[in-house]
Design a protein around this ligand. Structure first.
Ligand code: ADP
Ligand code: MG
Length: 240
């Protein structure tokens, strides 16, 4: 579904992704973990064309991701992204946020989009909040709206960039539980997270990034309980 082949990415003269190869198969959940600044967000942003890259290749369903080509619109439709800070439109209700993409990007009939949007809000436990504005919702509720919005595009994969890092601790569980249910339904997901228990239980594989490279990868449970690389060991010691 998603292939990264010797990816190199620089911001100006500074190379931050230094030859990274990885892949995510259909239905797979892959967690990306690693210290701050290691390049996790950059990798996700390159995959759905929010950033350009200078070397190597990214393919989604075999097609090269090229930010400069019109086809990038298709990549963004097929690969949704959920951000740390929700990024909801502040002056639109929960339901309006969810149906925005289907109506204005996918040109779905409004009534259909709204019906599906309501079903998605119900699915994330927020049917009663359809008419609420983001500022009237808790962080956990806003993030669940953001997930419903991502799902509304009927994506083939969803990229999550630290979806629970901005939440108060008591709200983390409700978001992770929605993500667990997506994983159980075999949604293809790439998840940047510091929630090690989630990664251990839900991810098929874990990639550990450090300094723009993958320093360790493997089956989630093995990497997280028996890390081999000193950087992985050190990181896990600090977050656990
Ligand atoms: P992570 O998500 O793992 O914390 P990032 O992908 O955000 O890491 O950042 C990787 C590196 O790239 C860091 O050194 C960061 O400072 C740098 N970086 C990220 N975004 C930009 C940008 N827009 N311009 C310049 N440097 C950036
Ligand atoms: Mg980041």
């Amino acid at each position: 579904m998603i292939e990264l082949d010797d990816l190199h990415k620089s911001y100006g003269p500074v190379e931050v992704i230094k030859g990274l190869s990885a892949s995510v198969s259909k239905g797979e959940v892959v967690c990306l973990i690693g210290p701050s600044g290691s390049g996790k967000s950059t990798v996700l942003r390159c995959i759905n064309g929010l950033e350009s890259y200078q070397g190597g290749e990214i393919r989604v369903e075999g097609k090269r991701v090229d930010r400069a080509k019109p086809s990038i619109v298709d990549v963004r439709v097929h690969v949704s992204m959920v951000f740390q800070r929700f990024n909801l439109f502040p002056h639109r209700t929960a339901l309006e946020n969810v149906v925005e993409g289907p109506i204005y990007v996918k040109r779905e009939p409004a009534a259909e989009a709204r019906a599906r949007g309501m079903a998605l809000l119900e699915r994330v436990g927020l049917a009663d909040k359809a008419g609420s504005y983001p500022h009237q919702l808790s962080g956990g509720q806003q993030q669940r709206v953001a997930i419903a919005r991502a799902l509304a595009m009927q994506p083939k994969a969803i990229l999550f960039d630290e979806p629970t890092s901005a939440l108060d601790p008591e709200l983390v569980g409700e978001v992770l539980s929605v993500m667990r249910s997506l994983a159980a339904e075999h949604m293809t997901m790439m998840v940047v997270t510091h929630e090690i228990a989630f990664a251990r239980d839900v991810a098929d594989r874990v990639l550990f990034l450090d300094g723009g490279r993958i320093v360790e990868e493997g089956v989630a449970r093995e990497v997280l309980t028996k890390p081999r690389h000193p950087r992985t060991k050190d990181f896990l010691r600090r977050v656990l």
